[in-house]
Ligand binder design. Structure first.
Ligand code: PAF
Length: 300
C-alpha cells in the first residue's frame, strides 16, 4: 500500500493511474475505521482496479462546539486494516495543506441542506461538500463510495455530483449495524455502559416506525409521536430531530406515500447519533421488506 500525505504527490499518482486506463475506486473517510467503512472498501476492491482511501478529519464540517478535537483517531490501526484489505493508496493530507491560511472557496448545495442535520449542524454540509470537491479533484476517482447511514449526506453529494457535472459514479451501501442494531459509527466509541445499551434504541424506534407503516398507519405526525414516546422512555436520550420526508427533496411530508425517509437524530448522553430507514410504503404492505434495518423478524 502506498501512503501519500502530500497533495501534489497524490495528484501525480492519480494522473499515472488514469493514463493506465484503470478504474479508480475511492472511499473518503475520517478514519477510526469500522465495519461500515470496511464494507465500502470491500465493494471498491471488487468493483475497481485501484482503490484509494482517504483519512482526513475535516475541520470545516464540525461546528464550534462539536467534537473535532476529540474525534477518535488511530492512524496505526487504520493503516494496518487498510493494508489487510488490499487498499492500494492511503491518502492522508494535512490540515495546513488542505486549508492554507488564505483558503476562501466553499461549495454549498442549497435546499437539500436546509432541514434535518443541516438545520441542527449549520455549515456542516458546506464543509462536507467542500472537502469532497477538493478530494475528488486531487484523486480523480471514477467511483466513490458512501454509507446509507448518513442519508442526507448521501443525497447532498449525489446532487452535487449531478449539478457540477462530475464524472463520478456514486455508490451508496447499506448501513452496517452492531448486533443490537446500532448503526456503526466512529462516535460509538464515546458510548459505554447504559448509554451504549440505550443507543440501540434508535434502530428499534425505526423498526417501530416501519411496523406502523406496515400495519397501515400513514399519518407522519402520529408516527413521529410514537418514535418520540419510545425514545424518551430512556432518561439518557434527548431528541435532536425526528423527520419523515420524501426521498427527492427531503421535505417533511404529512402522509406516508411511496418511498419515504424516516430519519432520527438524538443525543445519547452527550453523543449525537443519527440513523434512518427508507420505507417503501407500497412494498411494506406487500412483503414486509425494509432496506437496512435490523429487525427481530429479519426480513431485509
Ligand atoms: O462521512 C464522512 O466520514 C465524512 O463526512 C466525509 C464524507 C469523509 C467527508 O469528510
Amino acid at each position: 500500500m502506498k501512503i501519500i500525505d502530500k497533495i501534489d504527490k497524490m495528484k501525480t499518482h492519480a494522473r499515472i493511474i488514469k493514463k493506465g486506463n484503470k478504474l479508480l475506486g475511492f472511499v473518503p473517510t475520517m478514519g477510526y475505521l469500522h465495519e461500515g467503512h470496511l464494507s465500502l472498501i470491500r465493494a471498491a476492491r471488487k468493483q475497481s482496479d485501484v482503490v484509494t482511501v482517504s483519512i482526513f478529519v475535516n475541520p470545516i464540517q464540525f461546528g464550534q462546539n462539536e467534537d473535532y478535537k476529540k474525534y477518535p483517531r488511530d492512524m496505526q490501526r487504520d493503516e494496518e486494516l487498510l493494508k489487510n484489505y488490499g487498499v492500494d493508496i492511503l491518502f492522508y493530507p494535512e490540515k495546513k495543506d488542505m486549508y492554507p491560511a488564505d483558503f476562501s472557496t466553499y461549495v454549498n448545495v442549497e435546499k437539500l441542506t436546509d432541514g434535518l442535520c443541516g438545520k441542527s449542524r449549520v455549515g456542516h454540509f458546506r464543509g462536507v461538500t467542500t472537502v469532497l470537491v477538493k478530494l475528488f479533484e486531487i484523486i480523480k476517482p471514477d467511483i466513490a463510495y458512501f454509507g446509507q447511514k448518513d442519508a442526507q449526506q448521501a443525497f447532498v453529494i449525489k446532487k452535487m455530483i449531478k449539478d457540477l457535472n462530475m464524472d463520478i459514479t456514486m455508490k451508496i451501501l447499506p448501513t452496517v449495524r452492531e448486533a443490537d442494531g446500532l448503526a456503526m459509527s466512529s462516535r460509538n466509541t464515546y458510548l459505554t455502559g447504559t448509554l451504549r445499551k440505550d443507543a440501540g434504541l434508535l434502530n428499534r424506534s425505526l423498526i417501530l416506525a416501519a411496523d406502523l407503516v406496515r400495519s397501515g398507519e400513514k399519518d407522519a405526525k402520529k408516527i413521529i409521536k410514537s418514535i418520540k414516546d419510545f425514545l424518551l422512555a430512556s432518561p439518557n436520550i434527548k431528541i435532536d430531530y425526528i423527520a419523515i420526508t420524501d426521498t427527492k427533496e427531503l421535505r417533511d411530508i404529512a402522509v406516508v406515500r411511496g418511498e419515504t425517509l424516516v430519519a432520527v437524530s438524538a443525543f445519547v448522553g452527550k453523543t449525537r447519533l443519527i440513523d434512518n430507514v427508507i420505507i417503501n410504503e407500497k412494498k411494506a404492505q406487500e412483503n414486509w421488506k425494509y432496506d437496512g434495518l435490523l429487525s427481530g423478524r429479519q426480513a431485509v
